[in-house]
Design a protein around this ligand. Sequence first.
Ligand SMILES: [Zn+2]
Length: 285
Amino acid sequence: MALVSVAEMLKDADREGYAVGAFNTNNMEIAQAIVEAAEAERSPVIMQASQGAIAYAGLEYITSMALLAASKATVPVALNLDHGTSFAQVVQCIRSGFSAVMYDGSKLSLEENIAMTRKVLEIARPVGVSVEAELGKIGGTEDDITVSEKDALFTDPDEAAVFVRETGIDCLAIAIGTAHGQYKGEPKLDFERLKKIRALTQIPIVLHGSSGVPDEAVQEAIRLGIRKVNIDTNIREAFVWAMRRELEKNPNEIDPRKILGPARSDTVETIREKMRVFGSSGRIK
Ligand SMILES: [Zn+2]
């Protein structure tokens, strides 16, 4: 199967009311784990690469792994750029074979964000690459957000309506209380805000920083219109915790495969659990 775009993938999710997991890859083992989990769960899957992943593995390696994985897969696989901030990089990703890009202009003013996102759409649309954009500021878990800060940082539903109408994006990443990284306490999601955004935009909504959000909260968010759930931290944890366990068990082990193999297996299990929570399991016959 060739890579499919995220927009294409989210059509069925939107119709049936589930979400597709977007899992960050950094190396071969994680890329393999993402596709292995999708095959085992008969689930569509989005593999994505962050700025860090591209710096670490290189754009060509990431693209080659995803293209190879998709060509062998019997379930739909998408390859998405996560938090693209440079137009040049978006172009590079599209040219190298990505089926979707996220352009993150959330640090810009609304007008600039609209202008840049439109520019991305102009080059992505003709080649069938779907576009996710972000409005509002998704924090880091170290950021303590007070109630008064919420309105400044969280996505404004009316702005979201304008943004979606003016750009024509395929899906929108929003800030409703999740954060990137490991949470210290339990994150509280602003479901009312999500409900309003969804009602005003009518497009698939994306939840970032979803690792560590309780399953019930994620499922409630999916009920209210979240169609793509990003998971990075939980994958890092599964991978590194397994490596640590194997190294502690066998401190003299010098075969990387004996450490990385179990890390890959644990990552598969973590991703499979997420797919069941998101309701994407068993969607592909
Ligand atoms: Zn993110």
